[in-house]
Every structure is written in C-alpha cells, then in structure tokens.
Ligand binder design. Structure first.
Ligand code: HEM
Length: 311
C-alpha cells in the first residue's frame, strides 16, 4: 500500500501534466536504448561495488523529456532525463537517474507537493499563475536555481549532447571501509550542442528520438561518468544545493549507448529506474527527496500498468 505522501507527489504531477494512461507520471516521453558501462581503474579505488571493478556490464539507458505529457513537442525549454540500469552478476541491477539541470527543485517531498500545487496550470488561461509561482519562490529561495535552469534550458541538438547530473549525494565505500561522499555527472563525448530558436522552430515534434536513431546508425553514443567528491562541509542531504567549483573530479567509467531497444518497454516487463537501488560499496545519503523516490515511482508504475515493478 503506497504511503500518502507518495500518492500526493504523483497526484501533483498528474494535476500539472494531465493523466495519460499507460505513461509515466513524469518523463512520459522517452527513448529506450541498450549499451554498456565500462569502469576505469580509478572507480575500484573509490568503491568496492561490483560494477566498478570491471569488466564492462550490459545496460539499458532511457533518455526522456521532463514533462508527464507524452505528446509534448521536443523543442521546449525543460529538463531532460537520462536513466541508466546496469545489469550485475546474479540478476541484480543498479540504477543511476539523472537530469540535465544542476540542482533539484525542493529539499523535502512536502515542499515538492507545495511547489507542484503552485505551478499547476490555471484553468482559465491554461498557463501557470505567475503570481502564485512568484509567492512560492519568495518563500522558497532554494527552488529558484532549479526553476531558472529549467525555464532557460537550452534546446538540445540531441539527447547525446547534454550533460546530466544525478543531483543526490551517494557514499562510496572502498575495500578498507573508507567512505567518501560524491555526486555523479555524465558528460557527453560529443560535447554540448544546442539549437538556436530559429532552428528549433523548424524541428519536428519528435526530432530528439529521430536524431538519436540516426546518430546510433553511425556508431555508439558515449558519456563519461564522473564523480565529484565532497569536501568537508558540503551539504550531502540537500539536492537544491550546488557545491562550490573546484572539487576533486574522478572519471569512473564510460557509458556507451549502442542501439535502440524495445525489449523492456512492452508487455508485462515493466522497466522502472530507482536511484536507491545500490549494491554493497555504495550507500544512500539521508536526502529526503532521494528517500521519497522509490515509493512515488511505484505509485506511477501502478497507475501506468497493472503489473508490479521489476528490476
Ligand atoms: C520526490 C521527488 C521526485 C518525484 C516525486 C519524482 C517523480 C517521478 C515519477 C513519478 C517518475 C515516473 C516513474 C515511472 O513511472 O517509472 C519519474 C521519472 C524520472 N525522474 Fe523523478 N521524481 C523525483 C525526483 C527526481 C530527481 C531528483 C531526479 C534526478 C536526479 C529525477 C529524474 C527522473 C528521471 C530521469 C525519470 C525518468 C526515468 C525513466 O526514464 O524511466 N526525479 N520521476
């Protein structure tokens, strides 16, 4: 039975984006791909997690638009998502779920429910009530950086040319039980590339999926997976807080997206990405947003299908 807050979180998304049977309550439009993850030697020095020791593991990667409306046009200013599922020995999986903005909107699930209520479209205009949003932001200055990043988000040339950030902090535990806190970032091998407003105006509604299919036809799409290590005093439980520049950065692996995949988005095989699914060698911080996600995602899965979530 889902907890009340998880239901409120998904109700809030449904009220903002509408109810779209069969689709995710957020990130409804996306492209599923298959690929690999290959760790660097530096990864095993930071954590004893099995996929960080090598060899390469199989992955699914889903790129998505942030909206819960599956019919949203691609050329909009909004966060995009990149979710990675790594398949480990013995049938286990571990997930990294990231957004193309550098911080999250809220520190707590209750604040997120209130933010979603404040930005809900006004039935009279179909757009947000700017006075209501402004009043919320005045009371919640910690929400301003994420809102600014979303509304000024560049229109991507490709899902393959964005940087993605997993936003929460995780603990990385090595063979000697040494714990270091860090945040994941994904850097596109192709480098960042965006569209001008004029170019974006001429784009087809589904150009991001079409471009990705065409790009994969020419070869794999790569991302470097990096960890930025916390310095003493950096907030580790607050996804709205950016850390100062200059923190130690370690490249821990490479994600190669190889082909489009359809195998896990059809029939009864319900694919769900859950960032709290971590193996020995990685720990969760006490970030209240991170902790709220599995239950909210389960509510979304239950609503989009009658099947229980699988790994
Ligand atoms: C309490 C806070 C959050 C709530 C309530 C929430 C809600 C949701 C829901 C309902 C889904 C659809 C799940 C499904 O049906 O499989 C989703 C997907 C997603 N969320 Fe969140 N989310 C939260 C925080 C975050 C954060 C902090 C990030 C990034 C670090 C994030 C990134 C994503 C991405 C990339 C997807 C798409 C995953 C896929 O492709 O299946 N979310 N979110």
């Amino acid at each position: 039975m889902a907890d009340d807050l998880a239901v409120q979180l998904v109700d809030g998304l449904n009220a903002t984006y509408g109810v779209h049977p069969g689709h995710r309550a957020a990130h409804a439009k996306g492209v599923l791909c298959s690929g690999t993850f290959t760790p660097t030697p530096a990864a095993a020095a930071l954590s004893r997690a099995p996929h960080l020791a090598g060899p390469a593991v199989r992955t699914h990667v889903r790129f998505s638009n942030g909206s819960g409306n599956p019919d949203v046009a691609d050329a909009v200013r909004d966060a995009r998502g990149m979710a990675i599922k790594m398949y480990l020995d013995g049938g286990a999986t571990t997930d990294i779920v990231a957004l193309s903005i550098p911080v999250f909107f809220s520190r707590t699930p209750a604040d997120l429910v209130a933010f979603n209520a404040a930005r809900r479209p006004d039935p009279a205009t179909g757009g947000p009530d700017m006075a209501r949003v402004g009043a919320f932001l005045a009371e919640h200055p910690e929400t301003v950086p994420a809102v600014t990043a979303a509304v000024t988000h560049p229109i991507p040339a490709s899902y393959a040319t964005l940087e993605y950030h997993a936003l929460h902090t995780f603990g990385f535990v090595d063979d000697a039980d040494r714990l270091r806190y860090a945040r994941y970032h994904l850097r596109p091998t192709a480098g960042p590339a965006y569209l001008s407003d004029a170019d974006a105006a001429g784009c087809a509604p589904n150009y991001l999926a079409e471009e990705l299919a065409e790009r994969l036809g020419r070869g794999p799409v790569g991302f470097g997976l990096e960890l930025v290590l916390a310095s003493p005093g950096d907030p580790i439980d607050d996804p709205t807080a950016q850390w100062p520049d200059g923190r130690e950065r370690v490249v821990i692996g490479r994600v190669d997206v190889v082909a489009l995949a359809h195998d896990r988005e059809v029939g009864d095989d319900v694919l769900v990405f859950d960032p709290t699914r971590v193996p020995d060698g990685i720990t969760l911080s006490n970030d209240a947003i991170l902790r709220a996600r599995p239950e909210a995602y389960s509510v979304s899965v239950a609503r989009r299908t009658s099947t229980a979530p699988t790994v």
